[in-house]
Design a protein around this ligand. Structure first.
Ligand code: GLA
Length: 478
């Protein structure tokens, strides 16, 4: 089923004016502007990247794939809105997803966008460790005894209610719409952030000492077993809904590409409940053992059909990219049987990109490198932070929309080129949100960053009226 509807937009002023075109219909305008716009995009891709001769040649050859949606200055243009999920998966041979939180999913207009445009979702927060202990971040919410490999261990009580309420809604949708099912990307098992500090301490009390590696390994195995079995085990209602899971998130630092340590930010105390930068995983292990073990345990408890990922940001920066590649290699080298070895299916390139960086070449280089090591990449948290000149005035919003469209065009072009020219397997593209006003880039945050200025940004495909922005059409124009 192809879902189409018309969107009437007051169009922004475009770089190219349409001479002699009344723009009564989008298709007329498209015909008249296509050639010039292609040239302009080709230039912007080439100038952004200082590409070598060979790459430039590839860009030229492929420029026919880049199209823009035509518009004219300040005129209302009827524009056909095609469902992303009816187009992008065919072009990239990948899933097309978005992140949603529980409250966003309860917004009927977001739900409409999700069910119209996406065939995959990532829960923004609800499968993170802090959510699974019901946000009891300062103190452990209670413990119980469980068996782990024949030994009785004490573990914190988990609560799956938030994730389940989201899954139930999607489950019902899938039952009623078997041809337009939505699958879920699990996010995330092991992360330095949004994991309560007490999880790392004796008796689950952060006033006590840190536990030793041996104890932490048991907690790690138990946690991964519980979460994966609950959501993907044979008896789970949700077992057919997940296609993959981030096993480890953001374990490489931004400084030199080494492991993220317990002192990335000296101003952040390690005793803080959920950490923005410092890693208590590293504090206990001092090496990558917890990462390797996490992949061994995930392999042990996940069904074979569930893909397992490493996920990180700034993944195109040279030093960090090399560090990530080294880590992926280490994970890959330990691959083996269930219960013994690791398994990794893809590298999650978060894709929290800036308006100018990274360019075509950097994204391409990183994706090829990762795909060579683990076989496949996904763009997992795509959004674009605002340019430096953006100040929220109407004029700068118009400019920003123009830039955003060009920027998304370059990124989509890069992904198509990776697939078509370099045979890179791109398993999925997921935007980190749907509408701008729910984006994490609306505000500053100590946990997970947010924007730097406190100025709400406009990084996504849909605006505050839940309408597709000009950049949306980059992904639906053929
Ligand atoms: C990181 C995490 C996500 C989310 C975003 C910002 O990239 O992986 O879970 O927290 O930051 O919202």
């Amino acid at each position: 089923m192809k879902r189409k509807f018309l969107c009437f937009m007051l169009t922004m002023s475009m770089v190219i004016s349409i001479s002699g075109c009344s723009a009564n219909t989008a298709s007329t305008a498209n015909t008249e502007t296509t050639t010039e716009v292609k040239e302009e995009n080709k230039d912007s891709i080439e100038s952004t990247n200082n590409t070598e001769d060979e790459t430039s040649k590839e860009n030229e050859d492929d420029s026919s794939e880049i199209t823009e949606v035509a518009s004219s200055n300040n005129e209302e243009v009827a524009q056909e809105v095609i469902s992303l999920r009816d187009v992008v998966p065919n072009v990239l041979d990948s899933r097309i997803g978005c992140a949603v939180t529980q409250s966003e999913l309860e917004d009927p207009k977001v739900w409409d966008i999700v069910t119209t445009h996406f065939n995959a979702v990532t829960f923004g927060n609800e499968l993170k460790p802090d959510a699974l202990v019901d946000y009891s971040c300062d103190t452990c919410p209670g413990t119980e005894e469980v068996d782990l490999n024949g030994e009785t261990i004490v573990v914190p009580k988990l609560s799956f209610k938030r994730a389940e309420s989201m899954l139930d809604k999607i489950y019902d949708w899938n039952q009623e719409n078997p041809d337009r099912k939505i699958m879920v990307r699990g996010h995330v098992l092991v992360w330095h952030s949004q994991t309560p500090e007490w999880f790392f301490h004796e008796d689950y009390d952060k006033k006590n000492d840190y536990v030793d590696k041996d104890t932490m390994n048991k907690r790690l195995e138990w946690y991964i077993r519980e979460v994966l079995t609950h959501f993907t085990g044979e008896d789970s209602k949700y077992k057919d809904m997940f296609y993959g899971w981030d096993v480890v998130n953001e374990a490489i630092n931004d400084r030199d590409g080494g492991l993220r340590t317990d002192n990335e930010n000296p101003n952040e105390k390690l005793s803080e409940s959920r950490h923005g930068s410092n890693s208590s995983w590293y504090h206990i292990y001092q090496d990558n053992e917890f990462i390797i073990n996490a992949f061994i345990y995930a392999n042990k408890y996940a069904p074979d059909s569930l893909e397992l990922y490493y996920n990180d940001y700034n993944e195109c920066n040279t030093l960090k990219r090399n560090g990530i590649a080294e880590l992926l290699t280490a994970i890959k080298e330990k691959e083996g049987e269930k219960g013994v070895g690791t398994r990794i299916s893809a590298m999650g390139m978060q894709g929290h990109y800036g308006m100018d960086n990274p360019g075509f070449t950097e994204i391409e280089y990183a994706a090829k490198l990762y795909a060579e090591i683990v076989g496949s990449v996904q763009i997992t948290e795509l959004d674009i932070s605002a340019s430096d000149s953006y100040d929220r005035t109407e004029e700068s919003k118009i400019q920003e929309n123009e830039k955003l469209k060009k920027r998304y065009n370059i990124i989509y072009f890069t992904l198509k080129s990776l697939k078509n020219n370099s045979n890179v397997n791109i398993g999925g593209v997921t935007f980190w949100g749907t509408v701008d006003h729910y984006s994490w880039l609306q505000s500053k945050s100590n946990i997970g960053g947010g924007n730097k200025t406190g100025l709400p940004q406009m990084p996504l495909l849909f605006d505050e009226n839940y309408e597709p922005k000009p950049c949306f059409f980059v992904f639906t124009e053929q």
